[in-house]
Design a protein around this ligand. Structure first.
Ligand code: NAD
Ligand code: MG
Length: 400
């Protein structure tokens, strides 16, 4: 048990998959962690139950009507939690002086402003929201450096890389003797599917991940392997490694969460059961270790670990992400924006599974005309990427 005062947590995206796993870890360590604020977009009944269990000072509901319902529910239950609404309030709870750490678990570009607010305020930032970093990599890392914020990765691969790097690693791979970063990927539900079958894939099939239970957007990203593509860009920013030093390895058991290879030939890996409570608890307690409720890894039951090279014809989105990272400038922001729009359209059955990569390809071709030297320019690139993607989606919808 910790002897220090409890750390106060702002949890952005409390009702999501990462948000719920985070609260599971918090509940195991009431002396160590206290919830300062919770947020969600519109699931007021879920947030109400969480507020009653964790008694935060604030609850932010982005949607106004859902905020009103939440406030009524809390009043009726005699809760002292104060309800705020609107996207601006997310930035307030992320930067509030009472918050020691901020879990950034909103999905998509919507998480950028509050996550950046936490970084600028010098918080301990636990980053699950990879899209925020893909969108604004340089600006975000500059904000972390300027404020002295502590940035800890929650994405299981990046958390594994972080654990496999030397303590105090300063984003200089060569100085640390790093030769390569090996990001593992499960390959998703269509790793071994016949390529002809992919055109007819449904949202339900794409969201049925073999190893992890996750939100719908990241589940589709795993099926296209854009998730790994976004993670390549995320690794570039977090660890200062160029695209040439990052290798993606399909490892279907999801037991090795990623690896770092050093100049002397050593490869250090982090292993564990595929359960997000491990990276969450690691980052929350860092540099200490706490129980995460995760069962021991049974290597006898696993028996074997397999590795394959990803096939970029089957997974064009992975190649597109590498291309965007190499192109730099606005390309990663446009890649991310086009992907968010295309995935949403696929989930609404407006386009097919294979159209996701086609929409992104068309948008990336146009991204060279944009620059991203300020936060406003990043949001402008995001808006352009979305507009281009919507027009591509409309054309493909009309052709279906
Ligand atoms: P989810 O869809 O389950 O939850 C998303 C959360 O964000 C919800 O609380 C929702 O209310 C909130 N939200 C959505 N849109 C919002 C908006 N416009 N404004 C404010 N809040 C909004 O997603 P998830 O699977 O928990 O993923 C969250 C983030 O973590 C994503 O960036 C994802 O890539 C990353 N991540 C998730 C996993 C996982 O296992 N689920 C693993 C690694 C990384
Ligand atoms: Mg991951």
């Amino acid at each position: 048990m910790a002897e220090h005062a409890p750390q106060r947590l702002t949890l952005l995206g409390a009702t999501g998959s990462i948000g719920q796993s985070t609260l599971d870890v918090v509940a195991r360590h009431p002396q160590r962690f206290q919830v300062f604020a919770l947020s969600a977009q519109r699931q007021d009944d879920k947030l109400l139950a969480q507020c009653l269990q964790f008694a935060p000072r604030y609850a932010v509901m982005v949607d106004e009507e859902a905020a009103a319902r939440l406030a009524a529910g809390l009043r009726a239950a005699g809760s002292a939690t104060e309800v705020l609404s609107g996207a601006k309030a997310l930035e307030s709870i992320a930067a509030a002086p009472e918050a020691d750490m901020v879990m950034a678990a909103i999905v998509g570009a919507a998480g950028l402003r509050p996550t950046l607010a936490a970084a600028r305020a010098g918080k301990k930032v636990l980053l699950a929201n990879k899209e925020a970093l893909v969108l604004s990599g340089a600006l975000f890392m500059d904000a972390v450096a300027a404020s002295g914020a502590t940035l800890l990765p929650i994405d299981s691969e990046h958390n594994a890389v972080f654990q496999s790097l030397p303590a105090g690693y300063a984003r200089e791979p060569l100085a640390a003797g790093v030769r390569r970063v090996l990001l593992t990927a499960s390959g998703g539900p269509f790793r071994a599917a016949a390529p002809e079958a992919l055109a007819a894939v449904t949202p339900e099939q794409a969201c049925a991940h073999p190893n992890w239970v996750m939100g719908r957007k990241i589940s589709v990203d795993s099926a296209t392997m854009m998730n790994k593509g976004l993670e390549v860009i995320e690794a570039h920013w977090l660890f200062g490694v160029p695209a040439e030093m990052i290798e993606v390895v399909i490892h279907r058991q999801s037991v090795i969460h990623s690896m770092v290879e050093y100049a002397d030939g050593s490869v250090i890996a982090q292993l564990g059961n595929p359960d997000m409570r491990t990276p969450i608890a690691h980052a929350m307690a860092w540099p200490e270790r706490i129980d995460a409720g995760v069962r021991s890894l049974d290597l006898f039951e696993i028996a074997r670990l397999d590795f394959e090279r990803p096939d970029l014809r089957r997974f064009p989105c992975l190649g597109l992400a590498f291309e965007a990272l190499r192109a730099g400038g606005a390309a990663p922001a446009v890649l991310n924006a086009a992907n968010e729009e295309a995935v949403a359209a696929f989930l609404e059955r407006r386009i097919g599974f294979l159209d996701i990569a086609r929409v992104i390809t068309a948008c990336l071709e146009r991204s060279a005309t944009l620059t991203v030297d300020s936060l406003e320019a990043v949001f402008a690139a995001d808006a352009c990427g979305r507009e281009w993607a919507r027009s591509e989606i409309r054309q493909r919808q009309a052709a279906r």
